[in-house]
Design a protein around this ligand. Sequence first.
Ligand code: NDP
Length: 255
Amino acid sequence: MSTVNSLDGRVAVVTGASSGLGEATAELLAARGAKVAVLARRTDRLDGLVERVTAAGGTALALGVDVTDADSVHAAAARVQDELGTADLLFNNAGVMLAAQIGDVRADLWRRQVDVNISGLLNAVAAFVPQLRASAAERGVADLVNTSSIAAQNLFPTFEVYCGTKAFVTHYSRNLRAELGAQGVRVAVIEPGIVRTELQGHVTEPNAVEWLDETFKTLEVLEAADVAETVAHLAALPARVNLERVTIMPTAQAA
Ligand code: NDP
């Protein structure tokens, strides 16, 4: 299948686009021809991304948004509609990974993960599904890709809350697919194994930090670009094809 400009005419929205998987995916979608709205809190990073996309001949719109603020996500959806057109691809990807020993009772850490990974993801679904439905009605299919993790299926001590939020994302996505597929909105959930991004930099629990450091030393982990290729591939498939759950592992990572 040719991938050159395979997303011409598409209007894509990427949350968590200021670094890591979101940033790489936004750049690739733009390089393949999509107009891309990039959402995150760090607008300086988004502005840099827009500059690079524009310099490469693409179109991108930076929207400073905290996904936990539903009003702000809805306002962003209105700007996408007005300035780029009706969205037909949502890469719903913003997330945070934190770790704590259960005895430390870090309610601040679990609240942040539930707020961003679950409520933030739901806010984006609520704000953009009307546009995805309208696009699907017009062009035959639209894409909603949620970022989960292999943490949805596996056991990682001290990351219990993160694993729980990602289990939610996977099961929610599969149920959402059952509702939206009949309306032409193709829902997929991706479950990457370990990718070197800024995600791990927020982890402070010593055992978790040691485990992550050891993993990076001993494994050839994924790159953000590998996930970006997967998302671009999903979105370019024929309308009848829906890869509903895609697990992307570093070849050498067991679980
Ligand atoms: P990064 O830390 O590089 O990116 C996280 C992104 O989420 C940033 O752009 C950040 O932007 C954004 N974000 C965080 N909180 C908010 C918020 N409240 N509102 C808006 N945006 C927010 O990590 P990754 O790229 O690795 O993570 C992307 C997704 O991939 C996450 O859902 C993560 O759980 C998942 N994942 C990552 C894996 C890995 O090994 N890296 C493996 C499996 C899944 P900003 O701070 O500017 O708001």
